[in-house]
Design a protein around this ligand. Structure first.
Ligand code: NAD
Ligand code: TDX
Length: 339
């Protein structure tokens, strides 16, 4: 089996590559990544010498480059993680989200149509369903929940999902889609809530909680997401959407307090800042379909996963230090300077 994994130098994609090379040592994995600010080649260092692994620096919107790669590799499957993934950046600059997340997805699927493919898998998000109210804990996102997006990011992901389903219906492309809740774990870029709070805590810097911090996210350890995708690409039904989430809802403020406690830092570091525009209140996945059809269940409890994650950031300063000392400084100043 030869699989092109796009966006494999990012957070979830890199964890997926490690998972696949370990669980399927006879597979060839070709990582296609543009290496944007979020892509980090050093993350893939542990597998660079693996003879079953190849890294290619390429933009998924580069049609000629993508076609050439398909001619060289004849992939059996494509798993598309490549995306602009940060909601706050999409609010500042939507255009690049439309290019990468929508045009890039179409370009990859055109290559699949032209050269043939056994499976095209789109890594999507629960954010395509919009949000749920805080006072209705009985409500969850199912695969039938209507698409109802809030941010340019989630709208671009929803646009891509609709295209994927359209390519299935119109051209018969063998597709699957997974819509996962918030991931956490190693190699998470420190613009996102959990790694940002861990690293700020370690520097005794203010912890910028948007608004009251009452927004709820459904957190899943990244390895559980990788296992879900592995199951879907092998056993999932073509043309289907699978929600992935572990019934682990937490308020932002509680996550931040938990990180303070784990690192023995005072809660006085918490600073309430101006809320995110259009901020989704609550995400909550109903994972019944993937459980019933594919036997998937999350394996890592949040208490264990967050401990492992914090320890990983303590042990791997050499991974995040170069990130936060570069362009990230400007990003941080722009995003949080006058907030
Ligand atoms: P990330 O931002 O950490 O990584 C994205 C990767 O894609 C980077 O390596 C980047 O270099 C690459 N990339 C960006 N634009 C590209 C382009 N035009 N061509 C080729 N490569 C490009 O993102 P992540 O958190 O790992 O998310 C991966 C996927 O999972 C995304 O599609 C995201 O929408 C989805 N997702 C993420 C979460 C989450 O909690 N992080 C949850 C559900 C779904
Ligand atoms: O500094 C912060 N302060 C804060 O209060 C940051 C960065 C975030 N937040 C809040 C906003 C959200 O309610 O924390 C929550 C989580 O924020 P993010 O880490 O930015 O994640 P979210 O917006 O929920 O989106 C994530 O999950 C779904 C990923 O970034 C998406 O790619 C994925 O699709």
């Amino acid at each position: 089996m030869n699989i092109i994994v796009t966006g494999g130098a990012g957070f979830i994609g890199s964890n997926f590559i490690f998972h696949m090379l370990k669980e399927h040592p006879d597979y060839r994995i070709v990582c296609l990544d543009k290496l944007t600010y979020a892509g980090n080649l050093s993350t893939l260092q542990p597998v660079m010498d693996n003879p079953n692994f190849r890294f290619v620096k390429l933009d998924i919107c580069d049609r000629e480059g993508v076609y050439k790669l398909f001619e060289e590799e004849h992939p059996d499957m494509v798993v598309n993680f490549a995306a602009e993934s940060h909601v706050d950046r999409s609010i500042e600059n939507p255009e690049i989200f439309l290019n990468t997340n929508i045009i890039g997805t179409a370009t990859l699927m055109d290559a699949c149509r032209k050269y043939g493919i056994k499976r095209y898998h789109q890594v999507s998000t629960d954010e395509v369903y919009g949000d749920l109210p805080l006072d209705r804990p009985d409500l969850f996102f199912t695969e039938e929940t209507p698409i109802h997006t809030s941010s340019p990011y989630s709208s671009s992901k929803a646009g891509a999902d609709l295209l994927v389903l359209a390519y299935h219906r119109t051209y018969g492309l063998p597709v699957t889609i997974s819509r996962c809740s918030n991931n956490y774990g190693p190699y998470h870029f420190p613009e996102k809530l959990i790694p940002l709070m861990i690293i700020n805590c370690l520097h005794d810097k203010p912890l910028p909680v948007y608004g009251e911090g009452l927004n709820v996210r459904d957190w899943l350890y990244v390895e559980d997401h990788c296992r879900a995708i592995d199951l879907i690409i092998h056993n999932g039904r073509v043309g289907e959407v699978y929600n992935v989430g572990g019934h682990n809802e937490m308020k932002n403020i509680d996550i931040v307090k938990l990180i303070c406690k784990a690192l023995d830092k005072p809660e006085s570091l918490i600073t309430h800042v101006t809320d995110r525009k259009g901020h989704d209140m609550r995400y909550a996945i109903d994972p019944t379909k993937i459980h019933n059809e594919l036997g998937w269940l999350p394996e890592t409890k949040f208490a264990d996963g967050i401990k492992k994650t914090i320890q990983w950031y303590l042990d791997n300063e050499s991974w995040w230090q170069p990130i936060i000392s570069g362009e990230y400084q400007n990003y941080y100043e722009e995003m949080y300077g006058n907030r």
